[in-house]
Design a protein around this ligand. Structure first.
Ligand code: ZN
Length: 79
């Protein structure tokens, strides 16, 4: 008795969001722009203009930069 079990083909997709929600204005308009040539990652909100430059770190993902951006904002470094 062979029970055929259908294996669900799970596609593991790593969706890395590119647009994040701004900690200041609450609008999903924050983009992370890596400039590997200059070693700078610019995180900028397209709505309110909140922005920062971060050092490019290998293997860091957009969300990591975004988290730093939020940390900076909450620590009062950005306004
Ligand atoms: Zn904003």
């Amino acid at each position: 008795m062979a029970r055929r079990r259908r294996r669900e083909a799970k596609v593991i997709r790593r969706v890395i969001p590119k647009i994040f929600t701004c900690p200041k204005c609450g609008i999903q308009a924050v983009s992370v722009i890596e400039d590997k040539a200059s070693g700078i990652v610019r995180v900028v909100c397209g709505n309110c203009g909140l922005a920062t430059n971060l050092e490019y770190v290998k293997n860091m993902e957009n969300v990591d930069y975004f988290n730093r951006f939020v940390d900076k904002y909450h620590s009062g470094e950005l306004s």
